[in-house]
Write a protein that binds this ligand. Sequence first.
Ligand code: T1G
Length: 703
Amino acid sequence: MNAETEAVVVETRDRPDGVRVVTLNNPPVNAISSAMRRQLRDTMLEIDADDSVKGVVLTGAGRAFIAGADIREFGKPNPPGAPSLTAGVHAVEDCNKTVVAAVNGAAAGGGLEVALGCHYRVAGPKARLGLPEVNLGTIPGATGTQRLPRLTGLKPALDMIVSGDLVSAARALELGIVEAIEDDPVEAAAAIALARAPKKLREDDSKIGEIPDGFFDDYKKGMARRWRGFEARFKAVDAVAKIVLPYDEAVEAERAVFRECQGTPEARAMRHVFFSDRQAARHPSIPKDTPAGTVEKAAVLGCGTMGGGIAMNFANAGIPVTVLETSEEALERGLGIIRDNYSGTVSRGRLSQEAMDRRMALITGASDYADLADADIVIEAVFETMDIKKQVFGTLDDVCKDGAVLATNTSTLDVDEIAAATSRPEAVVGTHFFSPANVMRLIEIVRGAKTSDETAQTAMKLAPKIGKVGVMCGVCDGFVGNRMLYQYSRQANFLIEEGALPQDVDRVMFEFGLPMGPFAMGDLAGVDVGYLVRQERIKKFGRTNKRESTVADKIYHLGRYGQKTRKGWYDYEPGSRTPKPNAEVTALIEKASADLGIERRAISDDEILERCLYPLVNEGAKLLTEGIAARPLDIDLIWIYGYGFPRYRGGPMHWADEIGPAHILERLEHYARTSDPDWLEPAPLLREVAGQGTTFREWADAR
Ligand code: T1G
């Protein structure tokens, strides 16, 4: 594409007052393509040479100002002659006319850097501003690390750059990034452009001041716990720290770090998640133009831990929700837990009392099914046994209005069997929330064999409205997440029979980037809950001929149920969630090995990692072949938002592609040879992509 043929994405118009309005127009969000970089530079040079221009306003067309560099161009060679964005920013700043940014919408990444190249900035009420490059595993690469601190001071700039969050117009005003918020920012900007002389931010470091020794190291220490594994965020601090150098040198150093970040596995993973987040809602099984039902009134059955959390999501989103419980006492207890939850957030200063009161006012308790009759969606969160579920759905079928979505929060039961208990299985869908339901962002949206497109679409479109990521999957035992988790936990239990201890396995998983390992997770979820799920599986499927570890059952029979009893796989001090290894558990494990005739051996961290995660990936491959998961990205999002799989690794299937399916196959076959073969049978799809030297991503793209 050369200058002659490329689309015009930088438009100009002259106002009667001599101000030239430069509008960046590259739908949908004015991402900075190479064409835009070229046209912006050329436009500024033209203005420089045109004395009829008295001032310049830079703004964006549509809902965004500029969404930053075009992420789709990342990793691709820079077309010939396309100036760098840094050159574009300097062309704006060096313009001999005053240039004012009218920030009408999102100014993100390179978009904010362009605005920081302008001499002044005015925001519209809907503006959002930030440098979110770290969310793409990279850093601001067009002077942002040197310009933002010059406007806000070092600490606020570091907070914005490291969090990657966009701030509102009001916050940007507070921070001094913009100097006014105007309903018509172009008009206000034009006035400033005519009234003031150009002012170059690069020459103003009055906001930097004296930098205490160790300031940046201390800042990084403060980040260590929250941003563990997100390397780009730490590199961004190093880039900002170049502020002590002359501007040009500091910008060169920033550029070098930016380039270094672009090719990292973290950057590839974070880009994958960025686009996957946006593709999740466009599920291939739902025709694009399928209408979604509106949800103006919701209901939740059961106000226990899950039901209460689910209800809070609706109240948080401003949607009235009725919560039904079998007794007044149970209802009061459930509403009390919700109230305490909100009070806790208020006391931590993360919610105002008014907001809490508003949300509580949206939650209505009920004990009569008739109160659910006009709900647009009813989510059932009662005890996890099929008989109760069927009875509940039969009643819902009788009382709920036509067109209502009947959803079940089951995590293990057959959604089709539940739907069959109604006369409208097309209206039934699984909405599997994760605990704590008001915190965890994932909803596994389980589409039954008879779930209609409209019902599925309604659930998918509802998820982001209540602050969730909805990922669709089909019906099978454990759906996507728990079915893969089963293979992971099973391996972890075999590993401790063979020589490892819970703390070894958990350390390796924690260092890999998971919030905690399988045994600490078992204690959080409840060793008793795990035992009951296993019993339910045996009742449902009978004992399989596959060998199962029995250590977890032994821990259960010792009454060690986990954090709730302050002893499980680990011990817990009163009021502490820090797991402490326990000698009785170690002895129990060693005895289990002896009883199985297993001679305990030293097990390497690599073996622990491979034997826990490769079977998980392998199960993911089976789920893709069965169509339970339609795309690898669905599996990745389920594991990132439901199980805390590290975002900077992109999710299990993306991670597998980075490692190479062939290597994973080779290791699975290795372990099949050296231990119990039947539990590591490589999935046909894994064999296929490994055999063809391709990836799960390429397999999916080729379909
Ligand atoms: N490049 C390419 N496509 C983009 C894009 C971008 N920067 N931003 C959004 N899109 C696509 C997106 O995939 C979706 O496509 C559509 O636009 C609408 O997006 C040197 C190098 C701006 C806050 O990280 O955070 O600059 O799914 O649904 O809700 O320092 O988009 O419809 O096919 O999100 O209104 C830094 C990324 C780049 C910002 C608007 N910039 N974008 O939110 O729309 S790195 C970012 C966003 C950089 C420099 C470096 C949001 C938004 P599709 P959307 P939205």
